[in-house]
Ligand binder design. Structure first.
Ligand SMILES: Cc1cc2nc3c(=O)[nH]c(=O)nc-3n(C[C@H](O)[C@H](O)[C@H](O)COP(=O)(O)O)c2cc1C
Length: 338
């Protein structure tokens, strides 16, 4: 069934397909009884709930950040079998993102390249929306620095903190995105000096609120860089890690080089990312016992299993959801051995 839907969607430009698919899902879900039918189809019953990060997860498969940037679709997406949903990245300032086109399919690689540029309605609007959302699963809220190359140094830290202040009361878990490759100034926040200033401030703003925060890392860090991120995160009370964001590496793709040149800059996600993300999870697990949320290239049950075997507590997907549809979530939920 999803193959047919995907054929239709893939006739459209990727970003249009995204909005069209969500509009259709909202329409279908507005028909009385459909939401509970979808839940019966896609939510595996009789599974043992897991408690982690102060939350109860009916299954360990989540929707990764970037799919529902503004938290507008939580209600309908939660019918499709996800055990948790991460919204965002939210930024302190609303942003329209980079000019289109900014999202590309690499069909031969079952991958995507994006340079969305952190388009979102801003932390305030998202916070107001989230305060009214009916929660059927834990909601992770991903926070990034506003997409503006003039916001640097102390201003950048204030910018993150403003979002944390606005969102801490509506998030079950906060995810601090320090690894966005489309950040506007071309920098990520994983540099030890920057991260060493940012994380204490994040911790201070969260204060004694019972909301854990995770640090989302890039798959492109060297071992030394990863070690310094982990050290700083541990020193500053992070509750765990999300690994990984998209990669800027494009080695070994089936997509021809001239097509990649035409696409231009952007982060690569999907199947070709899996190996790098798995290596990052393995390296992280050697460095810490804290929970790791693994994400990157899950398009089969085996990919999710490899993450869990490497020590991940939960997994997430985005590109695999585009290529395989919600049946992938159900398959993983049925077959994953924890
Ligand atoms: C179109 C698109 C937009 C994304 N936007 C964000 C974002 O705003 N914040 C973030 O932390 N990650 C973002 N991501 C990265 C995903 O959350 C995820 O880390 C990455 O895509 C790897 O997972 P996947 O291979 O299952 O897609 C985005 C990914 C895609 C494809």
């Amino acid at each position: 069934m999803y193959r047919l839907i995907r054929r239709i969607l893939f006739f459209l430009k990727p970003e249009n397909a995204h909005h069209f698919a969500l509009a259709c899902l909202h329409f279908v879900c507005s028909i009385p009884g459909v939401k509970s039918l979808l839940r019966r189809i896609y939510h595996r019953r009789n599974q043992t709930p897991r408690t982690l990060l102060g939350q109860t997860f009916l299954n360990p498969i989540g929707l990764a950040a970037g799919f529902d940037k503004n938290g507008e679709h939580i209600d309908v997406l939660s019918c499709l079998g996800f055990g948790f949903i991460e919204i965002g990245s939210a930024t302190a300032r609303p942003a329209s993102g980079n000019p289109q086109p900014r999202l590309f399919r690499l069909k031969n690689d079952r991958a995507l390249i994006n340079r969305m540029g952190l388009n979102n309605q801003g932390a305030l609007a998202i916070s107001q929306r989230l305060s009214k959302v009916d929660r059927r699963c834990p909601i992770f809220v991903n926070i990034a620095k506003s997409h503006d190359s003039t916001i640097i140094d102390d201003l950048a830290i204030d910018d993150y903190c403003e979002s944390v202040k606005l969102l801490v009361d509506v998030a079950d878990v906060l995810v601090i995105n320090v690894s966005c490759p489309n950040s506007g100034d071309g920098r990520t926040f994983e540099d030890p000096d920057a991260l060493g200033q940012l994380l204490p401030e994040i911790r201070r703003v969260i204060g004694d609120k019972p909301v854990p925060y995770l640090v989302k890392v890039s798959p492109d860090l060297s071992q030394t860089q990863l070690e310094s991120v982990v050290t700083l995160a541990l020193e500053n009370g992070a509750a765990g890690f999300t690994a990984t964001n998209t990669t800027i590496n494009r080695d070994g793709l089936n997509t021809p080089a001239n097509q990649l040149d035409l696409i231009g800059a952007g982060g690569l996600s999907g199947r070709p990312l899996h190996h790098r993300a798995l290596k990052t999870v393995e390296n992280l697990r050697r460095l810490t016992d804290l929970p790791i949320i693994a994400v990157g290239g899950i398009s089969e049950v085996e990919h999710a299993q490899a993450f869990v075997d490497a020590g991940a507590s939960l997994v997430q997907l985005y590109s695999g959801f585009i290529y395989e549809g919600p049946a992938l979530i159900r398959r993983i939920a049925h077959q994953l051995r924890l």
